[in-house]
Design a binder for this molecule. Structure first.
Ligand SMILES: [Zn+2]
Length: 436
């Protein structure tokens, strides 16, 4: 075990697998007692013929039906504003947030004081896992809207005793100056936005590698576990880049450690995880790619049981050199099942394309379109290269896509600054209408 490793709670994070399962089962029984008062799950269990008291251990979970996001959205449409998703009286809830609604209607999500503590612990693990301490100053480069990620990032930093500087109500230049002026040591934002800030700094002649930032923590997109995106962030900031994963309705369910092997830990202290074949719903073998299904143990006020995240992962319970007993997902989240593009019979994931495009040094920003040309699917990559390097980059993209994904693509030069820049989750991949 490496002695420089940081923990949030060493005793719990290093539990062996058997002890961990016992702890999860114990917490699952407590959860079931609370959730028995939840109308949504009462109805769901009743129609499946399941008794709450019969769910006593991990193995019993398999008897429960999955919960999907569309069910949650439908609840809130049918019984506005919150659906029958609340276990307790409304007065017990204190924190309101909603999803960005990029894949449909925004989902409203409420937390009690107790479930907010769960967020603080989870983010405590995210920060401590990356080596953040009370000596650090954290810069949160967010707009602080109703999205939960912004508020939990701040809450978690306060929880471990770190000072926080909010980047709300600022444009990118102002954020950059706030971060530098206050000598922030930790940057929290999406991977896309870390690269965008680096681009802005470059235009202003600022060398971020000489800034105080030593750690960056990212979520919202797979980027920080995509090797070439991670490398680019680390090179432009001169810092160490860490990934984590979470969702409003689930929680902050995965976090990185200081072992740079490209895998991140599943937070099995607060959640139970399963990986299934998205088509059949059956469990996959350990290490095989499948859809992550999560049960959160610490948010009984608005719980999700066997929730289908849509995130594609490869889970392993092999020991990590950091000493944590928690299982890991190799390469982070590979993307979402519904993000996959099929072009001329080839299955393409945005994270795989991102990894190729980010390996090429001159690409400042890009966008990918799937369009129909003469009755055939065509993948068009629009790139900004900042001028004379276009021809060379063009050739390199064609070659890399052919070699790594076995597909021929079209490449187009976009004028500098013409492609959209993103503060939050990037939307670089789209399918356009027939024969445009
Ligand atoms: Zn580890």
């Amino acid at each position: 075990m490496m002695d420089r490793i940081n923990f949030y709670n060493r005793d719990l994070e290093t539990l062996d697998r058997d002890r961990l399962r016992e702890l999860q089962d114990e917490r699952l029984r407590l959860l079931m007692k609370e959730v028995a008062a939840n109308r949504f799950y009462q109805e769901k269990f009743r129609s499946a013929g399941i008794d709450f008291a019969a769910v006593r251990a991990f193995e019993d979970l398999k008897t429960l039906p999955f919960t999907t996001k569309s069910e949650l959205v439908e609840q809130q449409e049918t019984y506005p504003p919150f659906g029958h998703l609340l276990t307790y009286e409304l007065s017990r809830y204190r924190y309101f947030h909603q999803t960005s609604g990029t894949t449909g209607r925004p989902l409203k999500w409420l937390d009690t004081e107790e479930s907010w503590d769960c967020w603080a612990r989870c983010w405590g693990q995210v920060y401590r896992g990356a080596g953040v301490s009370e000596d650090d100053i954290v810069f949160c480069a967010f707009s602080f809207g109703p999205y939960i990620s912004h508020w939990v990032a701040i809450t978690g930093a306060w929880h471990i005793g770190a000072m926080c500087v909010s980047g709300g109500g600022m444009n990118s230049e102002q954020r950059l100056h706030a971060l530098l002026d206050n000598r922030c040591t930790v940057l929290v934002c999406t991977p896309t936005y870390a690269l965008h800030l680096a681009e802005v700094a470059d235009h202003q002649g600022i060398d971020l590698r000489s800034s105080a930032v030593r750690i960056s923590i990212h979520a919202g997109e797979p980027g920080a576990s995509v090797p070439n995106v991670k490398r680019r962030i680390e090179e432009s900031w001169g810092s160490k880049c860490f990934d984590h994963a979470g969702a409003t309705e689930v929680g902050a369910w995965a976090y990185d450690c200081e072992v740079p092997d490209g895998a991140i830990h599943l937070n099995e202290l607060e959640f139970i995880f399963e990986v299934i074949d998205p088509a059949s719903g059956e469990p996959v073998e350990e290490g095989e790619r499948g859809e992550l299904v999560v049960t959160n143990l610490s948010r009984p006020g608005m719980p999700v049981l066997r929730y289908r995240t849509g995130d594609l992962v490869e889970m392993t319970a092999e020991a990590c050199d950091c000493g944590r007993g928690l299982a890991r997902i190799k390469g982070g989240v590979h993307g979402r099942a519904d993000d996959m593009m099929i072009v001329r019979g080839v299955n393409l994931y945005p994270s795989a394309m991102d990894n190729i495009i980010r390996s090429l040094p001159h690409i400042v920003e890009y966008e990918v379109e799937v369009r129909r040309v003469a009755g055939l699917d065509d993948l068009l990559i629009k790139i900004e290269t900042g001028g004379p390097s276009f021809e060379e980059t063009h050739r390199a993209i064609l070659e890399a896509f052919r070699a790594q994904l076995n597909i021929r693509v079209s490449v187009e030069q976009a004028p500098d600054g013409s492609l959209p820049r993103y503060e939050f989750k990037a939307r670089r991949y789209k399918r356009v209408a027939e024969d445009e």
